[in-house]
Design a protein around this ligand. Sequence first.
Ligand code: AMP
Ligand code: ZN
Ligand code: FE
Ligand code: FE
Length: 282
Amino acid sequence: MKWKSAASPTAFRADLHCHSTCSDGTYSPVELVAHAKAIGLSGLSITDHDTIDAYATALPAAREQGIVLGTGVEFSCMFKGWSIHLLGYDFSLDDPGIQALCQRHQVRRTHRNQAILDQLARAGMPIAEEELHRFGDKSMGRPHIAQVMVEKGYVKSIPEAFQLYLGDGKRAFVPGDAVSIPETIEIIHGAKGKVFLAHPHLINRNHLIQELLKFPFDGIECYYGRFLAAQEKRWLKLAKEKKLLVSGGSDFHGTVKAYQPLGASWVDESTFYAIFTHALVR
Ligand code: AMP
Ligand code: ZN
Ligand code: FE
Ligand code: FE
């Protein structure tokens, strides 16, 4: 187990939760790998929202930089009206089931983004679909829409856009064609991967967590962002009780969420190799 206070600068540390420009991060996959190297991380998993595109360029970069790269993805699911994120690790990148699920999410996102823009137009904040085209071909969602809302002067900041309009249950929130948790877990398992419940502290109802953990999860994300050891304790205890694996990472998004730097949370070598048993690049 990891103790933040005992972190030696030379010890193995791996950040297992970060986003690249393939979804809503501001660092490209190659820049993420280089940044990981520069801050002394040994291992990394890039967990973009609903896409594994980062690996095409991250794999050769990791090989070159000597960073151990484990496959990762963060899938969006809906459960009882709540938006829940699942982290998939150690799956095969060439698995057709994983690739089809990513593709399905991209279709869902295109329709959902349009539905969100319709809601915003109704609320007197028009944004043309073309205004999202500049973000290019990526796993696009609410953070990109929020950025345009700020630029157009509809809101003062990205957090305000979520708080007033885009956040779960708010005026312009649209869930889209949700994918269920059991289906997502089955697909990740079918690709020889492991499934972790992401940032459980954001699910602020204990009974919901208990219900979620009845699904065949492999682990829980216990180390997160700038968590203090005291905040990690609850999740480490739960993982132990349920005999589940432990994961952790910063949820780094680059400059859009500068308060969560890469490496803010990490796992040690034994925790890393308990998760990653085959889909590794080194
Ligand atoms: P989406 O993938 O379109 O459902 O958007 C979810 C993403 O939006 C999350 O993974 C975060 O990166 C971002 N996000 C969610 N809530 C907020 C918030 N309150 N402020 C800023 N970003 C947020
Ligand atoms: Zn994100
Ligand atoms: Fe998330
Ligand atoms: Fe994330």
